[in-house]
Design a protein around this ligand. Structure first.
Ligand SMILES: Nc1ncnc2c1ncn2[C@@H]1O[C@H](COP(=O)(O)OP(=O)(O)O)[C@@H](O)[C@H]1O
Ligand SMILES: Cc1ncc(COP(=O)(O)OP(=O)(O)O)c(N)n1
Length: 279
């Protein structure tokens, strides 16, 4: 049976992040990708030049077209831009059968451009996070949502707990932005009381455009295929590690991660580059 995944996100004309990264990742992990576009960005490896949100009626129409026809195995969100778009997504999804829903609370692009209006943060917290099977903030996003600074693993623990209290089924707090460790350490906690850390070496590279989108899309693809949440996030960590390690040095800024790397390695984790630490 074909597993179908859905991304609700913005377009990155440069192809490294956003809808493009999500669809490539869905394909690489053997799922059929569908998409509802929330915004168009004129973007490349150097930054975002322009942003045009999609009219909410068109966001709703895209979701209805997909959900009226397909059985979605899992979905994710990326760039959502405005409170109006978030509310439209929440209202529309509420009218359909549920599926595992991954919220990647995208706020700011690598070059500093805003991908979420300040006024949309309340809508994100109140309307979308309670619908999430998994919330995947990076450190700056978790700092905004949990309203606290995060500079250590113990801060991550406190913030993740606060985010769980907002109603998500689980939180994967990504540690890529940590400066106090040579590791890329992500903390997973769930409302069911599960907790573990996924730890890999930090790769020295500038080619990390789209890491967050790709990671959340890989989790979504695995969930769409029916993997339990824990297995989905572990497989996705291997996927993103390979994608960063074999990152593409194209363009003049931060090159994109290599979505094909995990498949080219035979869809297997390499023990020498990845350590999963369960506590
Ligand atoms: N330099 C790196 N080396 C290895 N893994 C990394 C590196 N940077 C980020 N990661 C991993 O990539 C994933 C995305 O993380 P992060 O960079 O924190 O998110 P975002 O792209 O949303 O800012 C996480 O699993 C993180 O640990
Ligand atoms: C259209 C669009 N959506 C999301 C992002 C942010 O992507 P992310 O994976 O967090 O990667 P960086 O921007 O940090 O490289 C984006 N840039 N564009």
């Amino acid at each position: 049976m074909t597993s179908i995944a859905l991304t609700i996100a913005g377009s990155d004309s440069g192809g490294g992040a956003g809808i493009q990264a999500d669809l490539k990742t869905f394909q690489e992990l053997g799922t059929f990708g569908t998409s509802a576009l929330t915004a168009v960005t004129a973007q490349n490896t150097l930054g975002v030049h322009a942003v045009q949100p999609i009219d909410t009626s068109i966001v709703i129409a895209q979701l209805e077209a997909i959900l009226d026809d397909f059985t979605i195995g899992a979905a994710k969100t990326g760039m959502l831009f405005s409170a109006e778009i978030i509310e439209a997504i929440s209202d529309t999804l509420s009218r359909y059968p549920t599926f595992p829903f991954v919220i990647d609370p995208v706020m700011i692009a690598k070059g500093g451009a805003s991908l979420l209006q300040q006024a949309a943060i309340v809508a994100l917290k109140e309307r979308l996070i309670p619908m999430a099977a998994l919330l995947t903030p990076n450190i700056p996003e978790a700092e905004v949502l949990a309203e606290m600074p995060i500079t250590s693993l113990s801060h991550m623990e406190i913030a993740a707990k606060r985010l769980l209290e907002m109603g998500a089924g689980a939180v994967l707090l990504k540690g890529g932005h940590r400066e106090d460790t040579p590791f890329a350490e992500d903390l997973f906690v769930s409302a069911d009381g599960e907790r573990f850390i996924m730890k890999s070496k930090r790769i020295q590279t500038k080619d990390t455009h789209g890491t967050g989108c790709t990671f959340a899309a890989a989790i979504t693809a695995e969930l769409a295929k029916g993997a339990p949440m824990t297995e989905a996030v572990i497989t996705a960590k291997h996927f993103i590690h390979a994608a960063i390690e074999d990152g593409l040095s194209i363009g003049n800024g931060h090159g994109p991660t290599n979505h094909a790397a995990y498949r080219l390695r035979g869809n297997r984790a390499r023990k020498d580059v990845e350590l999963i630490e369960k506590r």
